[in-house]
Design a binder for this molecule. Structure first.
Ligand code: A2P
Length: 294
């Protein structure tokens, strides 16, 4: 539905095209000339809001298809029609499974095949989504524990944005610690906004209470909390700052999402502490997933 004209998808696309070509010589006359064909078997959803955080980070929300089910922490293939071809990339769904809308947190890569276009989306635009969500950063892949660590860098916070807004996380764990490390302070804002949103949410605020702690650090700017998460585990500062004991496989569980190097190095720390990696079909003490790039 085009919010300006209150017309359906094909016409909405035509409507935008017509407006952009209003003054041109070849203004379109028939919707079918310009409406890109939506590929079969995918959802075509409408962008509801877009928020730009920095020159290379933004979040957007879009409609959720009726009957679309996913587990908090999973990812989906998101795409756009570029010319007459769809281009898809994996994106963690940042909204929780109960949410009526879908949220995504994305980087902007100037010449990225998808994000160079996706960063320009506006409310009313169409985003494609393949039908099947998947992923390992799900509560089902962890054995019961008391304290859940979510280690993230950059846009790796996205699956945890979903999980920290899911009541099931707090049913399963007494304490939830989300660590978010970025190069610069401005990149931490999405995490701060999430916590603020939870605090102001009618039901979530009560369910979450004081169980959630966000531990944000930067590595390339001055800030009260600095350093890579791996170094902060090694020197114990993470635990001292939070007032918790060191990692213990008897009570601690972990989820990791970041670059390939960050995954490898953080996983090494958890294994050194005695935690073993789990999967959907074999729950254990920690799970990992690469943060996706565009
Ligand atoms: P640093 O600034 O020291 O490289 P990127 O944008 O490169 O993915 O980095 C996001 C954040 O992750 C940065 O703060 C970066 O720190 C940190 N980081 C990069 N590689 C690792 C790693 N192997 N282990 C832990 N943190 C890392």
């Amino acid at each position: 539905m085009c919010p300006a004209c209150r017309v359906g998808l094909e016409a909405a696309l035509w409507c935008r095209e017509t407006k952009t070509n209003e003054t041109g010589m070849n203004a379109p006359t028939k919707p079918e000339e310009f409406a890109p064909k939506i590929p079969d078997g995918v959802f075509a959803e409408t962008v509801l809001s877009v928020e730009h955080y920095t020159d290379h980070l933004f979040r957007f929300r879009m409609t959720r298809p009726a009957g679309y089910r996913f587990r908090s922490g999973e990812f989906a293939m998101i795409g756009l029609m570029v010319g007459d071809k769809p281009i898809y990339r994996a994106y963690s769904i940042a909204s929780p499974s109960w949410d009526e809308e879908l949220e995504f947190f994305s980087i902007k890569v100037p010449d990225g095949p998808l994000t160079s276009h996706l960063q320009k989306i506006k409310p009313g635009d169409t985003v494609l989504m393949r039908k099947k969500p998947t992923g390992t950063l799900v509560l089902d892949a962890l054995t019961p524990g008391k304290r859940l660590y979510m280690f993230s860098t950059g846009t790796g916070i996205a699956p945890f944005a979903s999980l920290i807004r899911d009541p099931e996380t707090y049913e399963k764990f007494e304490e939830v610690i989300l660590t978010h490390t970025c190069r610069e302070v401005a990149e931490l804002k999405y995490g701060f906004d999430l916590v603020e949103e939870i605090k102001n949410h009618e039901f979530l605020s009560e369910i979450v209470g004081d169980k959630l702690k966000l531990y944000s650090t930067v590595t390339r700017e001055d800030y009260p909390f600095q350093g890579r998460i791996t170094d902060l585990i090694d020197n114990g500062k993470l635990f001292a700052d939070l007032g918790v004991p060191g990692l213990d496989p008897a009570v601690d569980r972990g989820m990791i999402c970041g670059s390939a190097a960050m995954l490898k190095d953080t996983k090494e720390r958890l294994e050194r502490a005695g935690l073993t990696e789990g999967a959907n079909n074999k729950p254990s003490e920690f799970v990992i997933e690469r943060a996706f790039v565009g």
